[in-house]
Design a protein around this ligand. Structure first.
Ligand SMILES: NC(=O)c1ccc[n+]([C@@H]2O[C@H](COP(=O)([O-])OP(=O)(O)OC[C@H]3O[C@@H](n4cnc5c(N)ncnc54)[C@H](O)[C@@H]3O)[C@@H](O)[C@H]2O)c1
Length: 433
């Protein structure tokens, strides 16, 4: 696996920036195949790659990962579909230098979303980047700026936005069909006690086919720890924000869409890792309250005692709309006020999902936008604003105090310590742009 020093990276990022105008930005017609490369070939990376590979107008050209077995698997998945040999690189920057790559799919952990996305935009590639769009607020804003500056299509991997029943539900809410929505309840709950610490199957030594330094990238240098590697990076602040950014990025995205809001005015939160004693850092119990001008949104994250699955409920004055990936249900409201009649305020309704978890229409929407140059369903700006909502929930939880948010200026009012948490220093020699 090629190991390029971080100093070289800085140089190469400049080089990529400088060659933007030279990169081959093809104008694609409806029948052209989009040349796609995958960066980060783990669990979700392979899932979405699989959906891309099913599209008739898709040509897989390259894969990049710091962990060779995952990269080899993604290349193998693509082999029969590819027009040529699927190129494999341990360093994603080599993929961005390939002139024949039109677009990249970024499936790396959260701490590795911003740099590949921004460099890809500079290199003239369109980007499908997993949610949560960023690890911290300032990264997301820079990602939006890069997409706009280089006129790139950047789709956030918030696939619920492409689900037919989510689109119908939002349309009904915006039409006022369930009345005024003044409360939204969002959650993710499950029971994972006693926790995730790997006890078998993984050696304490860094696997030979893993470039651990490149895996850490801009995050602080720590010795190899299998717990911080595949999937479980989610429980460490250096790489992710726990279930707040993992599932919050899905359901709070729909909540914010329904409210047509940039962000909340205030956030209060409590939480901690109370029950799970596995060495992870992010909360296993978390309650967050967001204040919007005319509505309260609450987020409940719980890894202890499931009771019921994740849910998202829009409480309207005429009815409540409860939505999950398998469909939605509207229960009509009946006024309890004396002297009012008890006729339900609206008809009840159900709609079943027809497109699974909606990843298929989401990748389709991305490819269509690559060709039409339209903004995709989960445009980078929406991905950013939703990630901000999640990050604010975590900052309020960690500081244990209420935050006042100025969504226009993207700043926390009157709280220097909290504002410092909107960005984090990168490891020496790595830079955002
Ligand atoms: N949209 C969804 O429904 C959904 C579902 C699951 C995960 N996700 C998101 O997908 C992302 C990945 O999650 P996962 O569970 O697949 O993680 P994972 O640990 O299974 O995979 C991450 C992969 O990225 C690779 N990687 C790390 N640094 C890299 C680098 N510098 N260059 C290239 N590859 C690198 C790792 O080696 C690994 O193969 C996360 O941001 C997560 O939030 C989204």
């Amino acid at each position: 696996m090629t190991d390029i020093s971080r100093r070289d990276f800085t140089k190469s990022s400049f080089a990529l920036g400088a060659t933007t105008a030279l990169s081959s930005m093809r104008v694609l017609g409806a029948n052209d195949r989009v040349n796609l490369a995958l960066i980060g070939c783990g669990d979700r990376g392979q899932q979405v790659w699989g959906f891309f590979l099913k599209q008739p107008d898709l040509n897989p050209v390259a894969v990049a990962d710091v962990y060779a077995p995952n990269m080899a698997k993604a290349a193998e998945m693509a082999a029969s579909k590819a027009a040529g040999k699927v190129v494999q690189h341990g360093d994603f920057r080599r993929v961005l230098e390939m002139k024949d790559v039109d677009a990249v799919q970024v499936g790396t952990p959260d701490h590795w979303h911003a740099i590949p996305t921004i460099l890809a935009c500079q290199a003239g590639k369109d980007v499908y980047c997993e949610k949560p769009l960023s690890l911290f607020v300032s990264e997301g804003r820079k990602m939006v700026e890069a997409a706009r500056k280089h006129n790139r299509v950047v789709q956030t991997g918030s696939q619920q936005r492409s689900g037919a029943h989510y689109q119908k539900a939002i349309q009904m809410i915006h039409n006022g069909d369930i009345g005024g929505v003044h409360k939204i309840t969002a959650s993710f709950t499950r029971n994972v006690v006693p926790g995730f610490k790997p006890t078998e199957g993984l050696t304490p030594d860094c696997p030979k086919d893993l470039n651990w330094d490149m895996y850490l990238g801009p995050a602080p240098k720590v010795p190899y720890d299998p717990f911080r590697f595949l999937y479980h990076f989610r429980w460490f602040w250096d790489y992710s924000g726990g279930q707040m950014t993992n599932w919050g990025a899905h359901n709070l995205d729909i909540a914010r869409w329904a409210l047509k809001a940039k962000g909340p005015m205030a956030v209060a939160a409590f939480g901690g890792r109370y029950a799970i004693k596995d060495g992870g850092e992010t909360p296993d119990v978390q309650e967050v309250i967001y204040q919007f001008p005319d509505a309260i949104v609450t987020w409940e994250g719980r890894e202890v005692n499931r009771l019921r699955d994740e849910y998202l409920v829009f409480h309207g004055t005429k009815g409540s709309l409860s939505i999950m990936r398998n469909g939605f249900t509207i229960l009509p409201e009946v006024s309890k006020a004396k002297s009012r009649n008890t006729t339900p305020a609206m008809e009840g309704m159900e709609m079943k999902a027809t497109d699974g978890d909606a990843t298929n229409p989401h990748v389709r929407n991305f490819l269509d936008c690559v060709k039409s140059r339209r903004r995709p369903n989960a445009d980078v700006e929406d991905g950013h604003l939703t990630a901000v909502m999640c990050h604010l929930g975590n900052i309020a939880t960690r500081l244990n105090r209420m935050l006042k948010w100025d969504a226009e200026r993207e700043t926390i009012l009157g709280d220097r310590e909290a504002n410092l948490m909107l960005s984090r220093p990168y490891r020496k020699e790595w830079k955002l742009v």
